[in-house]
Design a protein around this ligand. Structure first.
Ligand code: NAG
Ligand code: NAG
Ligand code: NAG
Ligand code: NAG
Ligand code: NAG
Ligand code: NAG
Ligand code: NAG
Ligand code: NAG
Ligand code: NAG
Ligand code: NAG
Ligand code: NAG
Ligand code: NAG
Length: 632
């Protein structure tokens, strides 16, 4: 009895001690980890030890860490870690802390590592590129029109009169912990601190019907669900996806070809690989694919709907009556913040066979003499697309560059473009060979609500003009009469003469706005700051403009020229600056708008703060840390 009692006593004390010191270790490790090496050697070990105690222990303790450090409101900490935290905990049990996957995890979650060098991998192609490629030549026929919408982020719990001034990622909702007086009552049609109310989305549909009255079809590059990521449930996301599908089916007069966005799942950003062993979601059963397969069938036909269900959310369809094939890719399998990508030390180069699907579809298009558009949520050059996947994706783009007429994406909420080159080390108008048009968002959180409208050549399916339409949220009638959608600018009108003057050539009516055109425009931006500043204002449609001068200009131009993310200038020089630097603080704020408070934003933001001399939050966090130590 005595022995047993003593053993129990010792075990209990050890247990208590272990728990207390593990929590303390994590707090102190978060403070001590300042670079990639210390992320792996100091920070990951206690996190892995905690993961080995189980998901509930990991979620509970990390929620407490988040709340202790006041990284966000208590409910945001709890909801965020109780969702995505379970995937990270699962990851930590599967991987070696000194491997490449651990480096990628330290990059994605803590921003402490730079992306590792691309793991060499050659995508295999069924046939070599044809020696004499089909030339697609414009005969000068009348272009047809296409409407491009993106990032609608509809908040079905948007509440008129709720506070638009809050401490969370999105406001205009009756949050349980907001009990004080309302300082800025939400108005009917939206607010720049809130995601889109349903009637703003309805106004968009009506604008698409009117402005796109004669359009052949429309495309939607993803993100239906709102940004209260710490609260989302499978039921809410299913309803949000179905509601938007039904809203469009009921009132949109155009066919729409949609894509899945990173917000369109639970937890946010999470799309498990078919190699994931945890059994949380088998890929074929992911509810998102069932919902979208059923909801999209009326536009994309039964064959493509079946692909959505069985090709992890991707599909291809030839637009009826044309020789244009649309290939819609679920880009989330290449996304840094999809934490399922870190649950194995084994390099999986083609998640769920998506590249294989893309190659197969492009090969069929090439064989059939068709042209193709690739549409998807995340543009391939963004810093938040894993370098490996962006590299492999670009191998496919280069192989099929004669077939791909253009690419379309969203995610950044901005009106932007990215250029791909046959030689990324020698970026010229001659080597520029593929262009990604990035559509602006409906949600007013990053500028005025907007959409893009293209004139498309019916022979080449290349874009002849890209026009942006927007509704000015500051217009006094916006909240009363509703949004007024107006032409903001036409790229051909606005930039055509600048490009022509720069090259001493004339843009012929049959010349498209192809990759070479946009490359030359980036050269104009280098020499004409007025033109660059105009573009910088336009990316957010004149609202929420971020000033950009000096290094920001060269970085931004570099980013326009990097449809392959390893070429992106958001990457710091290895060895010199192993943390997110000032320039990438801009990147963080950009990604924050897209990700909406993922764990990476909470913890990466904390690491930024404790390592930055000027941060007020740092002082607060350090005080908190010291306070904890004193108590412990
Ligand atoms: C953090 O650094 C301090 C001071 O060097 C050290 O005492 C502490 O043990 C470190 N914590 C961890 C978890 O490594
Ligand atoms: C996590 O969420 C589940 C389901 O809502 C809930 O039962 C559980 O208490 C939560 N756990 C924590 C640690 O918040
Ligand atoms: C922290 O983890 C321990 C297991 O080691 C667990 O007993 C404890 O409840 C966790 N703390 C919280 C706040 O969940
Ligand atoms: C990495 O860690 C594992 C144990 O997790 C160890 O077996 C292996 O030797 C380590 N490799 C290197 C290169 O340090
Ligand atoms: C990829 O192909 C190139 C050229 O054929 C070859 O030199 C290289 O070894 C290949 N790389 C891999 C990883 O197979
Ligand atoms: C927003 O709320 C904060 C804190 O409640 C208050 O200090 C601030 O004045 C409010 N801002 C506006 C524009 O109402
Ligand atoms: C959209 O279609 C409906 C039903 O066919 C029609 O009544 C309406 O006028 C159309 N709207 C526009 C702007 O063309
Ligand atoms: C759907 O469209 C494709 C062309 O993209 C065609 O091959 C297929 O037969 C169509 N499926 C159905 C069920 O109509
Ligand atoms: C995952 O999907 C790919 C492509 O369809 C397939 O080749 C592979 O066998 C699948 N792996 C598992 C474990 O199901
Ligand atoms: C770069 O590309 C141009 C074509 O635009 C070509 O003339 C030149 O030789 C290339 N330079 C290098 C170093 O490959
Ligand atoms: C365009 O013409 C001007 C004046 O004739 C000349 O100075 C300039 O070098 C030319 N630019 C190009 C790119 O040919
Ligand atoms: C620079 O760009 C502005 C704005 O597009 C334009 O008005 C101006 O003429 C350009 N200057 C030169 C020298 O091309």
């Amino acid at each position: 009895m005595w022995t047993l009692g003593r053993q129990v006593l010792i075990l209990c004390s050890l247990g208590l001690l272990a728990r207390a010191s593990l929590f303390d270790d994590i707090l102190s490790a978060l403070q001590n980890a300042t670079d990639c090496a210390s992320c792996q050697s100091v920070l990951l070990p206690p996190l892995q030890t905690l993961a080995n105690l189980g998901d509930d222990a990991w979620v509970g303790n990390m929620t407490a860490v988040c709340q202790t450090l006041q990284l966000a409101d208590d409910d945001v900490c709890a909801g965020t870690f109780n969702r995505s935290g379970r995937i990270i905990s699962h990851d930590l049990r599967q991987i070696s802390l000194n491997g490449t996957t651990a480096v990628k995890l330290c990059d994605a979650v803590f921003g402490l590592c730079q992306p590792p060098l691309v793991t060499p991998f050659n995508v295999t192609f069924p046939k070599p590129a044809p020696t004499s490629a089909t030339k697609f030549i414009s005969s000068g026929r009348q272009p047809f029109q296409v409407v491009h919408i993106s990032d609608v982020h509809i908040d079905r719990s948007y509440t008129v009169g709720a506070d638009a001034n809050c401490t969370k990622n999105i406001c205009c909702r009756n949050f349980a912990d907001e009990t004080g007086p309302v300082s800025e009552p939400a108005q009917p049609f939206g607010n720049s601190h809130c995601d889109s109310p349903g009637i703003l989305a309805q106004s968009l549909i009506e604008a698409m019907n009117e402005i796109g009255n004669d359009a052949l079809f429309s495309i939607f590059t993803g993100d239906v669900v709102e940004g209260a990521t710490w609260l989302v449930t499978e039921r809410e996301v299913t309803n949000d996806l179905a509601d938007w599908n039904e809203q469009m089916a009921a009132s949109l007069n155009l066919t729409i070809f949609p894509s899945i966005g990173n917000h369109d799942s639970v937890p946010v950003n999470s799309f498990p690989r078919n190699t994931s062993s945890s059994g949380v979601h088998a890929t074929d059963d992911l509810f998102v694919f069932d919902t979208q397969s059923a909801g999209w069938e009326k536009w994309i036909n039964a064959t493509a709907a079946d692909q959505v269900d069985h090709n992890s959310g991707s599909y291809a369809i030839v637009v009826p009556g044309t020789s244009l094939k649309i290939i819609s890719m679920n880009t989330q399998y290449w996304y840094k913040q999809n934490y399922w990508l870190y649950d194995s030390d084994e390099q999986i180069s083609d998640t769920n066979g998506l590249f294989e699907f893309m190659v197969e579809q492009l090969q069929q298009a090439e064989d059939a003499g068709q042209r193709a558009w690739i549409i998807g949520h995340i543009p391939s050059g963004k810093a938040d697309l894993q370098h490996d996947f962006s590299n492999y994706y670009n191998q496919i783009v280069q192989r099929y560059k004669n077939t791909i007429a253009a690419q379309f994406a969203g995610h950044s909420h901005k009106d932007q473009f990215e250029i791909a080159y046959s030689d990324f080390d020698n970026q010229t108008a001659e080597t520029a060979d593929s262009i990604i048009f990035i559509g602006p968002a409906l949600t007013p959180t990053s500028g005025n609500p907007a959409f893009k409208f293209y004139d498309v050549d019916p022979d080449t399916f290349e874009v002849m003009d890209a026009k942006v339409f927007m509704a000015n949220i500051s217009d006094p009638t916006f909240q009363t009469a509703g949004p007024t959608w107006e032409l903001y600018y036409s790229a051909r009108e606005s930039y055509g003469d600048l490009v022509s003057a720069f090259t001493n050539t004339t843009l012929a009516p049959t010349d498209s706005l192809n990759a070479s055109f946009w490359h030359t425009l980036t050269e104009v931006f280098e020499s004409n700051d007025t033109a660059f500043q105009l573009w910088n204002t336009r990316i957010s449609r004149g609202g929420a403009v971020t000033p950009c001068t000096g290094d920001c200009v060269s970085t931004t131009i570099c980013d326009m020229r990097s449809a392959r993310s390893e070429n992106n200038c958001d990457v710091s020089t290895p060895g010199l600056d192993l943390r997110r630097d000032v320039r990438s603080v801009g990147r963080r704020s950009e990604s924050f708008e897209c990700e909406g408070g993922s764990i990476g934003d909470l913890l990466g933001g904390f690491i930024d703060d404790v390592n930055s001399d000027e941060s007020v939050v740092r002082t607060r966090a350090l005080q908190k840390l010291n306070l904890e130590r004193d108590i412990a």
